[in-house]
Ligand binder design. Structure first.
Ligand code: F6R
Length: 608
């Protein structure tokens, strides 16, 4: 969602802000803008559409000189995308400019109060209300004005504020939206995430809710909401700017698909000790023995990881697992006690629904474990225990490598819990662990054989409707295959438990409807193939995804086939997801879609 960045230092601010905004493009946006304080007044340039439009409008930053400024990419919530609704917003007198990520829920009341006091508004946004409110309280000290104004704001916000009268100060403040500050050699920064500043520095501090940062060229100070000065830790992030570049690939998504073997290897390695999956640093063995129930809570693809994990944890560790969409969990009155483990899965660590679900779980007395990719993110900081996936920066909006690393972590959890609870034979434990360690190599094999998948994508990219079917873990994986395809290619698709299709939806199957049957799970392959034959009998074209050892059987019931290497059943989705990701990618490519930035989507969904 919205990205924000600010800089003050010895260099011209505008080019640095534009570069920072380019690094934040992946979050999703529909307009962008910058505000520069040139020592006398604040100049604002903003434009609807891609960042390139803004760059053209301000001569790539040359037309707005000044050493301090703020920038923003907007993902519209209040007011349609337009030049006037874009950020930064300024107070009526032009003295205060702000950028904002989040939603100010009580903006209508505040606006009415300000209108009654003679203020005139230009935009439909909640953000302009915050700019006017800060100006309303401004009495010669921007820090005090911000502290006073935010006391009245309800909702979520990360704000960056500059004031024409204080030309070396940016104030940052947040509540339920991400904000970091960063320490550069030639100035200091604030941003919604580290990607914006990674080209300049890796040293950051993470703001907590209601804390205020005063960023100046010579240092950064932190304050409590009551303006007592506080100390914050500095962290050095272990991401490399190179990892955030395309490195010659046409799309981030393709690069990230190709990075999966290494990402999975990096993620599992720290937890394999003496030939065991050892999570004892994170989850106490005695605690796991006594866990009575697990909830897995997440959104989108992270939720799909949870659906697979349910099958695997229940199978190996015999703990009942419930998987709940984070947006539902918050309001479903879950039954929780101290023996309930709530696992929240999130790439960004900032997804508002997942964060609030985690808070709710803690409030109800559960132990919370976060599986998160972004260090220092709100979900990571708020959880009782954290396991970091080591996917590195994921820029493409559609997740691939984060999904695979999350999945690998859930297999580690299943194995570790099975060992703690003595629910798995030593032989099977050994096979699964060996196969888990072999996943990166087997992924490489699938990636090397991608030409067949590209060919099939070319055959089918004109389809407008299709189905994914499977049973058990193959069904769980179908959910992800379907989401990947629709989000980047805009083709309508649905994932169905193979046995369920004939209870209604099969009426949509007509001549040449494409049905992708994920049939990798040996125990249920015959049943899935019967369902494939049912749709074939109604004219469908069926593409099967299966293992080397099942391919002959599957080929007889399907029209086309993609194979993956054999592995233990709990690891089949870790391999079978690759053809689904590649299929979606190539289909979107042939359809000419904006693969890395699909329409309407945001990478980090920081509002409810
Ligand atoms: C789909 C996708 C989304 C995310 C979802 C949760 O490709 O990326 O469905 O999985 O928005 O995001 P995180 O994992 O950051 O909480």
């Amino acid at each position: 969602m919205c990205g924000i960045v600010g800089y003050t230092g010895g260099s011209q601010a505008a080019p640095i802000l534009l570069e920072g905004l380019a690094r934040l493009e992946y979050r999703g946006y529909d307009s962008a803008g910058i505000a520069i304080n040139n020592g006398e007044k604040i100049d604002v340039v903003k434009a609807m559409g891609r960042l390139a439009v803004l760059c053209d409008k301000c001569g790539n930053g040359r037309d707005v000189p000044g050493n301090i400024g703020i920038g923003h990419t907007r993902w519209a919530t209040h007011g349609r995308p337009s030049d006037v609704n874009s950020h930064p917003h300024v107070s009526e007198n032009g003295r205060i400019a702000i950028v904002h990520n989040g939603i100010i829920e009580n903006y209508a009341q505040l606006k009415e109060m300000l209108i009654n006091r003679g203020r005139v508004f230009k935009s439909e946004t909640d953000t302009e209300v915050a700019a006017q409110l800060i100006d309303y309280y401004y009495n010669g000290n921007i820090l005090e004005a911000v502290a006073r104004a935010v006391r009245e704001l309800e909702g979520s916000y990360a704000l960056g504020i500059i004031c024409a009268d204080e030309p070396d100060t940016i104030v940052g403040v947040k509540s339920h939206a991400p904000l970091i500050v960063a320490y550069g050699e030639d100035g200091n920064f604030f941003a919604s995430d580290v990607m914006a500043v990674l080209n300049y520095t890796k040293t950051v501090s993470y703001l907590d809710d209601d804390e205020i940062a005063v960023v100046r060229s010579d240092g950064i100070k932190f304050y409590s909401p009551f303006l007592d000065e506080i100390k914050k830790e500095k962290y050095v992030v272990d991401w490399d700017i190179k990892a955030a570049d395309k490195c010659g690939y046409e799309h981030y998504m393709f690069k990230e698909i190709m990075e999966q073997p290494e990402a999975v290897r990096r993620t599992i390695e720290p937890y394999i000790r003496d030939g065991r999956a050892d999570l004892s640093d994170v989850l106490d063995r005695e605690y796991i023995k006594n866990v009575s129930r697990i909830f897995i809570v997440a959104c989108g693809s992270s939720y799909h990881v949870g659906v697979i994990a349910k099958y695997n944890i229940e199978k190996l560790a015999r703990i009942p697992v419930e998987v709940v969409l984070a947006s539902e969990f918050r309001y479903c009155d879950p039954i929780i006690d101290k023996n309930t483990l709530v696992i929240c899965i999130s790439q960004s660590g900032e997804t508002a629904d997942t964060l609030e679900a985690q808070n709710e779980a803690k409030r109800l007395g559960a132990v919370t474990l976060a599986i998160v990719n972004v260090e220092g993110s709100a979900i990571a900081k708020g959880a009782d225990k954290v396991i970091y996936t080591k996917a590195g920066p994921e820029i493409a909006v559609a997740t691939t490598k984060a999904y695979s690393t999350q999945l690998a972590v859930t297999v580690l959890i299943a194995l570790y819990a099975a060992e703690c609870r003595n629910s798995l034979s030593e032989d099977e434990y050994g096979i699964i662990l060996k196969e888990l360690l072999a996943v990166p190599e087997k992924m490489m094999k699938i990636l090397n054989d991608k030409a067949n998948i590209q060919y099939l994508a070319y055959q089918h990219f004109n389809n407008e409707d299709l189905f994914f079917i499977g049973r058990n873990i193959d069904y769980a994986l179908s959910l992800e295959g379907s989401l990947k395809l629709k989000e980047i290619s805009y083709i309508h698709s649905e994932a169905y438990a193979a046995g369920e299709l004939k209870h209604g939806t099969i009426s949509l199957v007509v001549d040449d409807t494409l049905v992708i049957a994920v049939a990798s799970y040996g125990r249920l392959v015959d049943k899935t193939l019967s369902n494939a034959l049912e749709v074939k009998a109604r004219g469908a074209r069926v593409m099967g995804i299966t293992t080397e050892s099942l391919k002959e059987k599957v080929a007889k019931a399907t029209d086309e086939i993609i194979t993956i290497p054999d592995t233990h059943e709990v690891l089949l989705p870790s391999l079978a997801v690759l053809p689904l990701q590649l299929f979606a990618y190539y289909v979107a490519l042939y359809r000419g879609c904006d693969i890395d930035k699909p329409r309407n989507l945001a990478k980090s969904v920081t509002v409810e």
